[in-house]
Design a binder for this molecule. Sequence first.
Ligand code: PMP
Length: 262
Amino acid sequence: MDRGFLFGDGIYEVFPVYNGSILGLEEHLKRLQEGLDAINIVNPYDKKKWTSLINKLVSYHQKNSKQAIYLQVSRGCDDDRKHTHGTLKPTVYMQSSPFKSPTKNGLLKGSAAITRDDIRWSQCDTKATSLLANIMFAQEAKNHSVEEVILIRDGIVTECSSSNLFLVKNNCIYTHPKGPFILPGITREMVIDCAKYCDIKVKEVAFNKGSLMGADEVWISSSTREIVPITCIDDKPINNGKVGAIWSLIYDRYQTIKSINI
Ligand code: PMP
């Protein structure tokens, strides 16, 4: 009778952990709070308690491994399967799994993506556990042997099935603005910080598929994939299929931020 199971009525977070250190702990906990607020679930724990629970889970694993801590807060168990609910005790579920991020050399080969209509709801900024559209897109990517599905809503490129998207044109980085149509990625924010550090201009503006296909560089970002250059979209090469120099700069800066954090 858990509403997380019955309805996908819950919020989740994924925290990347490097050498026992959580990257972006504060930011992920803040987004968790915002998600819970958005669907009226009272956060069962404060920041201190979350931090100690996550660190406890981290401590069960080898220190030098990369871990992704997944946690979910569902609205809780009811005594009946009805769509509406009263006040329930939220259920907390946590797990840790190892993850691999590719080496820079591996990434320099470039990755492919396909585009699809963004049929998701209009509250994509809420990290809800109900991910049916996202997982269907992810499966399509797998079936096509590509890295990601790039989503397009009313002609505008929003983000991907489980990552944010950036393009580079004339040495300026573009990404969809925050709002109801994208998840405000923690890595997206870090990429913007990296760009500022490297003195590269970032514009958070909407762009269409034509701009995407004509870009000098395209990348995706997420906590567990970091920053992946996309060199082929819908079977067409981007920048003649070559990984760009700005990706390389931002990628290196991101690795530095990671090591400062550890
Ligand atoms: N957009 C979507 C739809 C996602 O599922 C994710 C990853 N959970 C992201 C963007 C990237 O977010 P983050 O950088 O916080 O991992």
